[in-house]
Design a protein around this ligand. Structure first.
Ligand code: SF4
Length: 367
């Protein structure tokens, strides 16, 4: 921790420069205009893994749908996923929903101000606990997210890779030493804001940086060397075939189990194409395996490409006609036969949204 000595000698000045800058320059964001712990919690859950500009589209509508924690606790799980649709990382929504129910059952509907109680709730890890407890309750817990790690790495020329979980405690210890104990919420937000708006990943604006005088990378002209990262593995790409099965003017959709990626969301049945298998054959096989129906391909609808964080998909979508069988689920946990007008009632993954327009055109053309 010797790298930090140069800041710790004048840590008060560091905190003052940073928080003064924050007060003058921070972006006006709706979750910064409230002291309501529930609203702050919702914003922090949304902001995990998601950019501010995206969260801005979801935050107000979500709170309009669930203005109080008791509304969220009492809501149907599918309504919560629908409000979250497109934000991704749906485990966040499912955990927030379950946590709201526990808060209403066990804490009289008040977000726990005790960090230990709060951290026992589903989905509340180290980041959410520190962010919500410091901002809403002024608890002296240092936040460490990607922005904070980048700022710290540059300030102190830290070689520990920021994308490796083994480095987390190292960054946490440094952030804790710098934390302004008197106003931890504001200090944490200032560190994150500095990383988001000034000490950006590319081309940091060192000329406008309030803590430039403490920055070793700036002084040694090594900014481009920090933060360090371990090389990431190449992102795999999967080829998927999906069938829009129609029968009596209705389309078959299935719901994924709550566990795992896109848990609880609805989709059209399908799956990965095997080696040496055609997309058409994979579509027919997957529908048979997942829902026990015999279908035939009526037409090719479209090809969709979509990138998730850890992999990419290329999805070939077919219109399939029902031939025979009774739905028996193997994998999905529910199914519905719906009209095209009803598609918007259900939460679907973003990749599926990319071909909804084509489905509507197709079935409107065919009447
Ligand atoms: Fe980041 Fe530049 Fe400020 Fe250093 S001087 S903390 S590199 S913006």
């Amino acid at each position: 921790m010797d790298t930090l000595t140069h800041i710790l000698k004048s840590v008060k000045q560091f905190q003052t420069e940073l928080t003064n800058w924050y007060r003058q320059h921070h972006r006006r964001l709706p979750w910064r205009e409230t002291a309501n712990p529930y609203q702050i919690w919702v914003s922090e859950v949304m902001l995990q893994q998601t950019q501010v500009k995206t969260v801005l589209r979801y935050y107000d509508p979500f709170l309009a749908a669930f203005p109080h924690i008791s509304h969220l606790a009492g809501a149907d799980a599918q309504a919560v996923l629908k409000a979250w649709e497109g934000l991704g990382y749906y485990a966040r929504a499912r955990n927030l929903h379950r946590a709201a129910q526990i808060v209403c059952d066990q804490h009289d509907g008040s977000v726990p101000s005790d960090p230990d109680d709060f951290q026992k709730l589903p989905g509340v890890g180290d980041y959410i606990a520190a962010a919500v407890q410091s901002i809403a309750f002024n608890r002296p817990l240092a936040v460490v997210d990607g922005n904070v790690k980048r700022v710290l790495a540059r300030l102190n020329q830290i070689s520990a890779p920021v994308n490796h979980s083994s480095s987390y405690q190292h960054f946490k210890a440094i952030a804790t030493q710098l934390l302004d104990q008197a106003q931890p919420g504001q200090f944490n937000q200032a560190m994150m804001e500095l990383g988001a708006t000034v000490c950006r990943p590319k081309k940091p604006e060192c000329g406008n940086c309030p803590v430039q005088m403490f920055c070793k990378s700036f002084q040694k002209n090594t900014i481009n060397e920090y933060p360090r990262r371990t090389p990431s593995k190449p992102i795999p790409e999967y080829h998927i075939a999906v069938g829009v099965v129609s029968h009596n003017n209705r389309l078959l959709i299935t719901r994924r189990s709550n566990d795992g990626l896109l848990g609880g969301l609805w989709e059209f049945p399908g799956g990965k194409i095997r080696r040496q298998e055609t997309a058409e054959a994979a579509c027919i096989r997957e529908i048979w395996e997942e829902v026990n129906l015999r279908v035939e391909i009526r037409s090719y609808i479209t090809r969709i490409k979509h990138a998730y964080t850890h992999f990419k998909i290329v999805m070939d979508v077919f219109h399939c006609l029902y031939i025979s069988g009774k739905v028996k689920l193997n994998g999905p946990v529910a199914y519905q036969w719906i009209t095209t007008d009803e598609i918007s009632k259900y939460p679907f993954p973003k990749a599926n949204h990319k071909f909804f327009g084509r489905i509507r055109e197709l079935f409107e053309e065919r009447g």
